[in-house]
Design a protein around this ligand. Structure first.
Ligand SMILES: *Cc1c(COP(=O)(O)O)cnc(C)c1O
Length: 430
């Protein structure tokens, strides 16, 4: 056996031994835009009272207008993170203590924790095994008299069943919030992910497709919701009287404001968004085509009429067909120099906050308002994905050249050609 065909795990030559370039979206344009704000001396234009500056400074306003235009949405409300945006969204729709909010367990923790700040009870609904997003039928079945909202997550950059979820929410007189942190410019049926729910929330943290260091944006077509989001972002309690707000529910606020510096970066990032996202899609499609439908790996599924923007290329590993565990397969790939990872997060109901039922205060509020329990096994699809199936190659951490992608595909092929040897290796260590 030559050195090229021998697995690196067994001492052969790795397919990729060079360092892969990091994904970098910040350039001269952002630096110049920030410098201009610095020279103005006004690093934030916000005031926390009912004056024209309540809505922020000129760069924040420009960024919001550009964001709304790019995503064809009525209103864009900038915030300092997606986490902040989710909290503002839950507040804006009027969630009250004891209300239930349907969430998927396979997401970043902020998605499921945001409702807790308003005393709402997260109700976990399992995900679809193909797209890793909320299972539509299970969501429908989970709606009960206390359900107030659904938070759908467009996980890894693929839209959840947004159009149907919106219809379901409207039929039940509840709200659909999209956590679209991972899906900028993803689409379903010609509409942008993030704009199909009543409110969509985007992340601009450093790890996402485009970023402002930290940052986020809420979008909505509903003018009243946009006002409430802006109020919660900026000390709502001070504007209730002067702005003549009739419904004071949740009209107490935070400081979730974006600085002019971040907004200046954001304006430049938006100009690049189509190109940056387009390249993520191209890389992922090359990976999917290169890998094909092999014994071991099934490339990410793209539902009909959807655009997947691949925050991550998340394939499904089939241990039964491969004859080896995902752990051994991933280890062999990593030895070849492929930036691979296994699973995403442990289904979130396993976090201590749910297992110990301690969130706000020492007595367990808001779990004291519900009989709901959080038990291992409650979302078997997500658990299996996490434990055995999901195998990821990042697309937003490296800037791959076509040759890099070709080498990743070659490395996957090499590992697949050696499944028999890997199986023996695994058996000998069992
Ligand atoms: C990144 C991310 C968040 C949190 O975003 P921040 O801007 O860091 O608050 C929330 N949900 C999902 C799905 C994410 O990927």
């Amino acid at each position: 056996m030559t050195d090229m065909t021998k697995l690196a795990l067994f001492g052969g030559k790795p397919t990729i031994s060079r360092a892969l370039a990091p994904y970098r979206t910040i350039g001269r344009e952002e630096a110049d835009a920030v410098a201009a704000v610095m020279e103005s001396g006004v690093l934030s234009g916000f005031y926390g009272s009912w004056v024209p500056e309540f809505h922020g400074g000129p760069v924040v306003k420009r960024f919001e207008a550009d964001f709304a235009a790019l995503f064809s949405t009525g209103h864009a409300v900038s915030v300092n993170s997606n986490t902040s945006g989710l909290i503002a969204a839950i507040g804006a729709i009027g969630v009250s203590p004891g209300d239930e909010v349907i969430v998927p367990p396979y997401t970043m923790s902020a998605t499921v924790v945001a409702p807790l700040f308003y005393g709402a009870v997260p109700v976990f609904v399992d995900v679809d095994p193909e797209t890793y997003c909320l299972d539509f039928e299970k969501t429908r079945a989970a709606i009960g008299p206390k359900t107030r909202a659904i938070i759908a997550v467009n996980l890894l950059g693929h839209p959840a069943r947004l159009t149907e979820l919106r219809e379901l929410a409207d039929e039940n007189g509840i709200h659909l919030i999209e956590d679209n942190a991972q899906g900028p410019l993803a689409m379903e049926s010609g509409r942008y992910a993030g704009t199909i729910g009543h409110i969509g929330v985007f992340s601009l943290n450093y790890h996402k497709h485009i970023h402002t260091g930290e940052g986020g944006v809420c979008v909505t077509d509903d003018e009243a919701l946009a006002f409430r989001l802006r109020a919660i972002r900026n000390h709502a309690e001070n504007v209730v009287a002067p702005a003549g707000v009739a419904d004071a529910t949740n009209m107490i606020g935070f400081n979730l404001r974006m600085t002019e510096l971040c907004a200046a970066v954001g304006v430049e990032q938006l100009k690049k968004a189509r190109t940056l996202v387009g390249r993520r899609e191209e890389v992922a499609q090359m990976l999917s085509e290169g890998v094909g439908r092999s014994a071991a790996l099934r490339p990410p599924v793209v539902r009909a009429a959807c655009r997947h923007v691949y925050y991550v290329w998340g394939a499904r590993f089939d241990a039964a067909r491969a004859g080896v565990s995902r752990a051994v397969f991933a280890k062999a790939l990593a030895a070849e120099g492929v930036p691979v990872s296994e699973g995403y997060v442990e289904p979130l109901y396993m976090l201590p906050v749910f297992q110990r039922r301690i969130a706000i205060g020492r007595d367990g509020w808001p779990f004291t308002l519900t009989n709901r329990t959080y038990t291992k096994g409650m979302c078997p699809v997500a658990e299996k994905l996490h434990r055995e199936e999901l195998l990821e190659i990042d697309v937003c951490m490296h800037e791959y050249a076509d040759a890099d992608v070709a080498d990743i595909v070659a490395a996957i092929g090499k590992v697949q050609d050696n499944l028999g040897l890997l199986a023996k290796h695994e058996a000998s260590r069992a």
